[in-house]
Ligand binder design. Structure first.
Ligand SMILES: [Cu+2]
Length: 185
């Protein structure tokens, strides 16, 4: 019985060890501009601050500044410095609501994404990012890390859970067998 308890505890520890990485996504803790603020004129830079460092690399992280027609207004691909991701913004055009759609690679290797918005009261004389410039941003330098693409998205949570259940099951079966042998002796 003691072995059974020990094995169960080991399996439980394995479960915690397996489950933790799936829960450790980066989350946004601050931004400049803040979500839903009204500004006189467009911000020169978007700064996003996360609770953990963001993985750098060209073409991995994106910050898109979008008007209601989905024109892009970011001026360059984002730069990562530890927990902060920044992107310069072009001089804006029409007044109204602009969305900031972001996607970054978590410290644990999973992409996370979100959106915020700001309102600009004054119409500027800027023009949106030309499509060919945008295409260059997306292609980066072809140095995207494995697992950083939209398709793979890291290991899904269910894999961790199934893995943990298998470990737990094997631990229990193993413990029961050991217990049985002891009883026979
Ligand atoms: Cu994760």
């Amino acid at each position: 019985m003691r072995r059974f308890v020990a094995a169960t505890m080991l399996a439980g520890l394995a479960f915690v060890g397996l489950a933790t990485p799936a829960l450790a996504h980066n989350s946004l803790v601050d931004s400049n501009p803040k979500d839903k603020v009204a500004l006189e004129s467009g911000p020169q830079t978007i700064t996003l601050t996360f609770d953990q460092p963001v993985q750098g690399g060209e073409g991995i992280n994106t910050i898109s500044v979008l008007d209601p027609q989905n024109n892009h207004w970011e001026a360059a691909p984002p730069q990562v410095e530890s927990t902060q991701v920044t992107a310069p913004v072009r001089p804006l055009g029409p007044s109204g609501v602009y969305r900031v759609a972001w996607r970054v690679l978590s410290a644990d290797g999973h992409p996370v994404q979100g959106e915020l918005s700001f309102t600009v009261n004054k119409t500027g004389d800027g023009t949106p990012l030309p499509a060919e410039e945008l295409a260059k941003f997306k292609n980066g330098a072809g140095t995207a890390a494995p697992g950083a693409t939209d398709e793979s998205g890291g290991i899904p949570t269910w894999v961790w859970i199934v893995g943990a259940v298998i470990v737990l099951g094997v631990g229990i079966v193993f413990a029961l067998r050991m217990g049985g042998k002891e009883d026979d002796a």
